[in-house]
Design a protein around this ligand. Structure first.
Ligand SMILES: [Zn+2]
Ligand SMILES: [Zn+2]
Length: 159
């Protein structure tokens, strides 16, 4: 995963929030869904990504990839912890869950939507801006809850 891309966009976007506040983005696979620590706020944002199975090499794309965020602003320091949720190959019974590979355009949209959430949850601003939508992958494949970490953790949106 292109974590530097996330960090670069995150830093330039959070610089626009409040000049005296500094924000940091951390990847953390251990943040607990629906149980943010005291003082932290949670949001879940839908994006799209590609995956590749390390057992058989099969690739697939999904328009339902959840990214979990926990955020906190304390005095002048803000932290956002992020955990993109994994999926696994439907053809391999013993394949591990794979990390999503999110394209640059989708990362930019994701960070934009995250800024709205920060304004709302940490600054109590309501911007009224509509959520930006990522560029979906073609083909409406059925989502597979058995192979999706987001579904297993109860974070995937039901349609
Ligand atoms: Zn496979
Ligand atoms: Zn799911």
């Amino acid at each position: 995963m292109e974590s530097t891309k996330w960090t670069t966009i995150f830093e330039s976007e959070t610089n626009k929030l409040k000049p005296e506040h500094s924000w940091r983005l951390e990847f953390d696979e251990h943040i607990a869904p629906n149980r943010p620590s005291y003082g932290w706020r949670q949001c879940v944002i839908n994006t799209c990504a590609r995956f590749r199975c390390c057992s058989c090499g099969r690739g697939w794309s999904s328009n339902r990839v959840m990214v979990l965020f926990h955020m906190r602003l304390m005095n002048v320091n803000g932290i956002v912890k992020t955990r993109p949720l994994y999926q696994k190959c439907k053809n391999c019974s013993d394949a591990p869950m794979e990390k999503p590979n999110i394209e640059s355009h989708s990362i930019a949209v994701l960070m934009d939507n995250l800024m709205e959430k920060i304004r709302e949850k940490c600054y109590h601003e309501y911007t009224g801006q509509r959520k930006r939508h990522f560029r979906s992958y073609d083909g409406d494949k059925p989502h597979e809850p058995e192979h999706c970490q987001g579904c297993k953790l109860g974070l995937c949106r039901r349609k």
